[in-house]
Design a protein around this ligand. Structure first.
Ligand code: NOJ
Length: 567
């Protein structure tokens, strides 16, 4: 394989019904959790200089869309998702010049940049909240969500925080409660107030003028609340020791999230970003394809919504098929495919850990790369990393402190990126980064895996290259690129139990979810038909050449996915 892939050019071609695919439909995204990506100044926390200096890795990998997590001034109670100034850069991460230098370098490399915005809530230290909390008559009082106590003096209704416990905190000075879908230090903005709507348009313009290519929108399901602040329907009583998910799932969230009025806000943003050809992708954390449809179906709001079910799935043939199909059946396109993030345990660990877990994750990613939408890697996915180990005495995530449940802790998926040999595996010159390196060793690093052509890193890179050439072939064929067929993707061939298959235009993707090799009877495959296989180069090694043939039977290794070109 050649060592250099030219920076991805932005495709300009036709697809379904003559509608050109947007650039984001042809991109592969990459989430850089800035605190843990690369530390340029040696203080043990990742920053813009470190990120800029590592962009070559992303270009080499074939990524063409970078998502940077929050970098704004913040008291860091939720590690940056509690923002005190939407148009600044926290000195921990550098300066605004460092930020724009990073964006410029990314653009030189053919990588677009989207930034994380957090409009559902501010930090309690944001000047808007400082103003609002000062008095009931303050200018910005109504920019937040205030309610009088319930008759018993308790919270105004039964809404709970995503991080457990009540979504309301009493402001003793005024005797009113304010709403927070996350921590008390993250008061929710009142999106029914026109001043908030206008202020946010200014924030979006500020960053678009500085060259960003779009936004990852935090808590897209939040924003507007029920006008009458009615209770949610309770499904079961809350009990001590419940995790954040168990608490959240004890209610039907019909009043606190997913309000139709939120769509109107995104309509305004859609128009605003269109002037810049910029991308809106929502953190649509809904775990229900029909709820995802709520955001995407209007087609005049956010362009794409992340589909989070793969972050919570069990590994089984049925689950894989269901999780890939459900959002496409519900909305057809505009899906952000993702299986790991800074909020949930990494896929290889959830899929069993070790080499097997990494192979399963790569196989699932192969299927996602074959589908319409925008696949995203989380930093370290390219290395096949499971969570790093963080001992409880090093926990820093506020969520597990709030619920008291260790499994709610998000530190393991946030440990620093292992780049190479040396201090802190090349992440930082500091020997004591903000989170421990997590027990990684040299074989986990970018440097080591780049020197091993059979590594997970090289397989992932080959997969990204396969997706690019697949897109080019699809774009050359009008009308096929967004249509996916699931039943009988190969005419006349019955897939054995344990294999998930799909067809998209002339491409067929097959995944062997089992832990044993399987033959697909009646399928004859020429070497040239094999566009990508997750466990080996076509035709190379014990898992390649022997499996192409014999005639009338094609072999898939355990936990292997393959992309075939079968017009
Ligand atoms: C989702 C973000 O991904 C998460 O890290 C954060 O804690 C919450 N939103 C609150 O902003």
């Amino acid at each position: 394989m050649s060592d250099s892939i030219a920076p991805a050019a932005v495709p300009a071609s036709a697809s379904v019904a003559g509608t050109p695919p947007s650039w984001w439909d042809r991109s592969v995204g990459y989430e850089a959790y800035i605190r843990s990506f690369a530390d340029g100044d040696g203080d043990g926390v990742g920053d813009f200089i470190g990120l800029r200096d590592r962009l070559d890795h992303l270009a080499w990998l074939g990524v063409d869309l970078l998502w940077v997590t929050p970098f704004y001034p913040s008291p860091m109670v939720d590690f940056g998702y509690d923002i005190a100034d939407y148009t600044g850069v926290d000195p921990l991460f550098g300066t605004i010049e460092d930020c724009t230098a990073m964006i410029d370098r990314a653009h030189e490399l053919g990588i677009r940049v989207i930034i994380d915005i957090v409009p559902n809530h501010t930090s309690h230290q944001h000047p808007w909240f400082q103003n609002a909390v000062a008095s009931v008559d303050a200018d910005k009082r109504d920019w937040y969500v205030w309610r009088d106590p319930a008759p018993d003096g308790g919270p105004p209704n039964n809404w709970i925080s995503h991080f457990g416990g009540s979504a309301w905190t009493l402001d003793e000075a005024s005797g009113q409660y304010y709403c927070h879908l996350f921590l008390p230090e993250q008061p929710d903005l009142n999106w029914s107030n026109p001043g908030v709507i206008e202020a946010w348009k200014d924030v979006l313009r500020f960053w678009l003028e500085r060259g960003v290519d779009g936004f990852r929108i935090d808590v897209t399901q939040g924003f507007v609340k029920d006008a009458d602040f009615r209770d949610n329907t309770e499904l079961r009583p809350l009990e001590p020791g419940m995790s954040r998910f168990e608490q959240w799932d004890s209610f039907v969230h019909e009043r606190d999230i997913l309000q139709d009025e939120t769509l109107e806000i995104f309509r305004g943003w859609h128009e605003l970003v269109a002037e810049y050809d910029a991308f809106l992708i929502g953190e649509t954390y809904v775990l229900d394809a029909m709820a995802l449809r709520h955001f995407l179906e209007p087609r005049d709001g956010i362009h794409t919504g992340f589909w989070f079910e793969p972050m919570h799935m069990e590994w089984s043939t049925e689950a894989i098929l269901d999780i890939l199909r459900a959002p496409l059946d519900a909305v057809g396109s505009g899906i952000g495919w993702v299986m790991s993030s800074h909020d949930d345990p990494r896929a290889p660990g959830r899929f069993g850990g070790g080499r097997e877990g990494a192979e399963r994750a790569l196989a699932l990613m192969t299927m996602m790369m074959a589908l319409p939408g925008t696949p995203f890697l989380y930093q370290g996915d390219e290395l096949g990393l499971a969570d790093g180990y963080v001992p409880p005495e090093r926990f820093v995530d506020p969520v597990s402190f709030r619920t008291g449940v260790d499994s709610d802790n998000r530190d393991g998926c946030r440990t620093p990126m292992p780049w190479g040999s040396g201090t802190s595996l090349g992440f930082s010159t500091s020997e004591d980064p903000w989170l421990p390196m997590g027990g990684r060793d040299v074989a986990d690093t970018v440097e080591f895996q780049r020197n091993d052509p059979t590594s997970h890193l090289h397989r992932m890179r080959a997969l990204l290259a396969a997706r690019r050439s697949m897109n080019a072939a699809l774009d050359a064929q009008d009308g096929t690129s967004d249509t996916v067929e699931w039943d009988a993707p190969l005419a006349g061939v019955t897939l054995p139990a344990g294999v998930v298959g799909l067809r998209r235009g002339p491409f067929v993707a097959l995944l062997n979810s089992t832990d044993g090799a399987l033959n697909i009877e009646g399928l004859t495959v020429e070497l040239d038909d094999v566009h990508f296989r997750s466990l080996a180069e076509p035709g190379i090694g014990s898992k390649g050449a022997d499996d192409v043939g014999p005639a009338e039977s094609f072999g898939l290794q355990a936990r292997e996915a393959v992309l075939l070109h079968r017009p």
